[in-house]
Design a protein around this ligand. Structure first.
Ligand code: PEP
Ligand code: MG
Length: 578
């Protein structure tokens, strides 16, 4: 048995057999071969090397013809590496003597070579490691061929162990078979984590390198509450976690009884409890959990995993489904592509979270933006629809976005297409500049929604998806609390409604603080609705105000977090993790 510690991003316990998904989505199904199959496996390796060699030669010739010998030489270097006798000897030795499968042997050997290059004190040579990874990818693609299993085709219950999963890959996991997942990289605020929570798949990220030690098929426990992963657990640990999983189920059943009750405090203050979704299919979960509406519909997920660019009709159909099924308000956020979500970025960026992301990308790509705005406007006649712009950092951003909206309205009017002219227009407050300028912004919007996932990363200068700085990514940081306090006061003074839709609003420990700061509307992952409702129904506003007042006087994230957990324990002990 081995226990590894990572970052807990989606609660719950999963127990199952490990399915290893290596970098680039290649799953290496077998790490070992039978002794009598060694010769056949060596032949398979040779065939793959030949096929990849032919492919590289073809590319080399084509490039040489078009651009000249100099450029063709790039491929000559690839060929030299691929056919290097010492490389071949090492791979062959692993297959022959250690009975590794060709896939595993190729991966092990090429990564060892790549690491040598990476460790050399030369940027040029370190870059050569990419060439080796390229060769690895090509060989694996050949070797696995038909057997390359897509994650989406998993057909038996497994725990997925991966180097990384993109938000799009995570979204395509089949909840029926993927019991939980663990990744080597990633942070608490990344979108992979958010999607996992949306799908209610227990998940731990940012474990660090561990995959090379496993061969797949081992029993694994994913403890999504505490962020640990147990490989090959002993009987006692297994029994303890089976009991814990049972307790999760019991708590869920108890909380289910709250579904049709309002999120109302003990002194009669009604809290609007909305849910965040990424896909229309999640609306049913929101209804099952008793959400009052959709406070954040992350529409960029329409693009992730799509084989072609979504049309206006695709947008419209997705929005219509959500609006028709949900009787409460639906806040549709315009595209937040870029950064850790795939986007149609013109070039690779060094700092994608500071780059051409979100509203910046929409304003740079007006045809794309207009398609979406037309669809939102068309859908606005179907119910209480509101439109929200993400990542607004200057008044110019907001004004430009609103101008495109007005233009789009005029186009629709001219074409005689119905829409709600009075559609509420809001913005995300998730950049410190917007917090500081909020009094001005509030004159030009109908509502605001505070995105703490980004606000925390931009306020503290901590990449939300980087496990190396995950310990610094703290929503309980005093600076974050001050920003929330300042924003909520400004919104109240301007009489503009405010919501918090970052993951923080779905964390039980923060509910009293947020209500105490004056928040009366929250938007949380669907799975968190019952717990947050339970807390709202157990507290009074004056008690929450006291909690907020004390927390605002504290100086460190740790002190605040400990204090908030202690206060939560007094009102809802079953929601405090031991
Ligand atoms: C946020 O930043 O808090 C937010 C809700 O948006 P996203 O997580 O999609 O960036
Ligand atoms: Mg955001």
């Amino acid at each position: 048995m081995r226990t590894l510690q990572g970052i807990a991003v989606s609660p719950g316990v999963a127990i199952g057999e490990a399915l290893i998904v290596d970098t680039e989505g290649f799953r290496i199904p077998r790490r070992f071969v039978m002794r009598d199959a060694v010769d056949d496996e060596l032949q398979r390796l040779d065939n793959a090397v030949d096929a990849v060699g032919t492919e590289i030669e073809r590319k080399r010739d084509a490039v040489t013809k078009q651009l000249g010998e100099q450029y063709g030489a790039i491929f000559a270097a690839h060929l030299q590496m691929l056919r290097d006798p010492s490389l071949h000897r090492e791979i062959e030795d692993l297959i022959r003597n250690r009975h590794y499968s060709p896939e595993y042997a190729v991966s092990r050997t090429l990564r060892r070579f790549a690491k040598v290059f990476q460790d050399l004190d030369s940027v040029y040579l370190a870059e050569r490691a990419h060439d080796i990874f390229d060769i690895e990818r090509s060989l694996l693609a050949r070797l696995l061929g038909e057997r390359r299993e897509e994650l989406t085709h998993v057909t038996s219950p497994v725990v997925v162990l991966a180097h990384n999963l993109t938000p799009g890959e995570t979204a395509s996991l089949d909840r029926k078979f993927v019991l939980g997942f663990v990744t080597e990289i990633g942070g608490a605020g990344g979108h992979t984590a958010i999607v996992a929570k949306g799908l209610e798949i227990p998940a731990v990220v940012g474990i660090g390198p561990f995959l090379t030690e496993l061969s797949g098929g081992e029993v694994v426990i994913v403890d999504g509450d505490h962020g640990c992963v147990i490989l090959q657990p002993d009987e006692e640990t297994l029994a303890r976690y089976q009991h814990e999983a049972e307790e999760h189920r019991t708590l869920a059943v108890q909380l289910k009884e709250l579904r049709d009750l309002p999120a109302e405090t003990t002194d009669g203050v009604r809290i609007a409890l909305h849910a965040n979704i990424e896909f229309p299919r999640e609306v049913q979960t929101c209804l099952d959990r008793g959400a009052d509406g959709i406070g954040l519909y992350r529409t960029e997920f329409l693009y992730l995993g799509a084989t072609s660019e979504p049309t206006e009709e695709d947008h419209c159909n997705a929005y219509a489904k959500v609006i028709r099924e949900m009787s409460g308000p639906v806040v549709i956020r315009t595209l937040d592509l870029g950064a850790d979500k795939l986007g149609q970025l013109p070039q690779e960026e060094h700092n994608p979270f500071l780059g051409l992301r979100s509203i910046r990308l929409s304003l740079r790509n007006l045809p794309l933006f207009r398609i979406q705005l037309r669809a939102i406007l068309r859908a606005s006649v179907l119910g209480d629809v509101r439109v929200m712009f993400p990542l607004i950092s200057t008044l110019a951003d907001l004004r430009q976005a609103k101008m495109v909206l007005t233009d789009t309205m005029e186009d629709l009017e001219e074409a005689g297409i119905a829409f709600d002219r009075g559609i509420a227009v809001g913005m995300m407050v998730e950049v410190p500049a917007a917090v500081l300028m909020l009094d001005r912004f509030l004159k030009e919007v109908d509502f605001i929604s505070i995105g703490t996932n980004d606000l925390v990363q931009y306020a503290l200068a901590v990449d939300r998806s980087n496990n190396h700085v995950a310990d610094r990514y703290q929503a309980s940081d005093p600076a974050v609390l001050r920003m929330l306090d300042q924003s909520l006061r400004a919104a109240q003074a301007a009489d503009v409604s405010a919501t918090v839709c970052g993951q923080m609003s779905g964390e039980p420990a923060f509910t009293m603080l947020l209500l105490g700061l004056g928040l009366r509307s929250l938007s949380v992952p669907p799975s968190a609705v019952p717990e947050i409702k339970r807390i709202c129904r157990s507290v009074s506003i004056p008690a929450c105000e006291q909690v907020a007042h004390r927390a605002l006087g504290m100086e460190s994230a740790r002190e605040i977090e400990t204090y908030l957990r202690q206060e939560l324990r007094k009102v809802a002990p079953e929601l405090v993790l031991s």
